[in-house]
Design a protein around this ligand. Structure first.
Ligand SMILES: Cc1ncc(COP(=O)(O)O)c(C=O)c1O
Length: 292
């Protein structure tokens, strides 16, 4: 019989491909292989957060020596060959409106997880999703791993990046897979870190042109679980993520122009924000702020 203790804490290593909090940058096969060796050495399972697995494979093909002639799907198989399991938010590289799935290499873990799936999501074969959504997901996994599609998508991100650079806006380089990350500390050096620098920039961009970006900085880093003090990361980034197949390059021009307008008036932005209320965990989703 399966022993199932929901309070049991099982250590694992998670690799996020591509990595959201470090500029949408890819993880090389070499890196995944080396991490998997280390994890295996310590008997710790390796999982992949695969939300943007196809973009990661595109970067491996275009940047990692030895992979230039390999098809995307072959690279994807190699990436996952090192992992014990994976999670997938299908809204990203499976190009669907909703849904996701998890995968395990080992049957015993699959069986343990299955029980919770039934309790929290729905029966194993649909996990809370409708048949239509699952069909769309299956199609999306094929379409999302087509080289031409990936190239168009990633080139659009690059296009926005180039526009920003033309305006001298400080962004993370090289540009990553799904978003442009603006270096908010360089953009607004006058705002103290206690006033949420990247969040301040995101608010200004929204006021300027209704462009919605997200803070990858102190709000996201949250508080130290013991001291409850804010954790101040070295980088304060503003992420402008580009949804798939929705926008044209004209939209990219508009976003860059709005950001440029904020850049032109940056010296007049002298006050950041303070927290009015926040949730005890994952505060960045729902935090309420007011201007200092
Ligand atoms: C890398 C990554 N993994 C997981 C998630 C969570 O996805 P979901 O909202 O489908 O739970 C996100 C959401 O943005 C993400 O960027």
């Amino acid at each position: 019989m399966l022993k199932n203790n929901p309070k049991e804490k099982v250590p694992f290593v998670l690799i996020t491909v591509t990595c959201n909090s470090s500029g949408g940058q890819p993880v090389s096969i070499e890196n995944i292989r080396e991490v998997s060796k280390l994890a295996r050495h310590y008997g710790i399972p390796l999982y992949i957060d695969a939300a943007r697995f196809a973009e990661n494979a595109y970067f491996i093909k275009t940047r990692e020596p030895g992979y230039e002639n390999k098809p995307i799907r072959e690279i994807v198989k190699e990436m996952f060959s090192f992992a014990d399991g994976m999670t997938m938010s299908s809204k990203k590289d499976a190009i669907v409106n909703m849904g996701g799935f998890i995968g395990f290499r080992h049957k015993d873990i699959y069986e343990k997880a299955s029980m919770y799936n039934i309790i929290y999501e729905g029966f194993l074969t649909y996990g809370g999703m409708s048949g239509r959504d699952m069909n769309a997901l299956a199609v999306g996994l094929y379409e999302g791993t087509e080289y031409e599609y990936l190239e168009t998508r990633i080139k659009q991100v690059e296009y926005l990046g180039k526009k920003c650079m033309e305006y001298d806006i400080p962004i993370m380089q090289p540009t990553g897979g799904h978003a442009i990350f603006v270096d908010a500390k360089k953009f607004l050096p006058q705002i103290p870190k206690e006033e949420y620098i990247a969040q301040t920039l995101a608010v200004e961009l929204f006021i300027e042109g209704g462009v919605r970006a997200v803070e990858i900085g102190t709000l996201l880093a949250d508080r130290d679980p013991v001291t409850r003090e804010n954790r101040y990361p070295e980088l304060e980034l503003m992420r402008m993520a580009i949804p798939r197949r929705v926008y044209t390059n004209n939209h990219m021009d508009f976003i860059a122009a709005c950001l440029h307008n904020v850049w032109e008036r940056r010296n007049k932005i002298t006050k950041g924000f303070r927290i009015v209320s926040e949730a005890p965990i994952m505060r960045h989703f729902t935090v309420k702020l007011e201007r200092v």
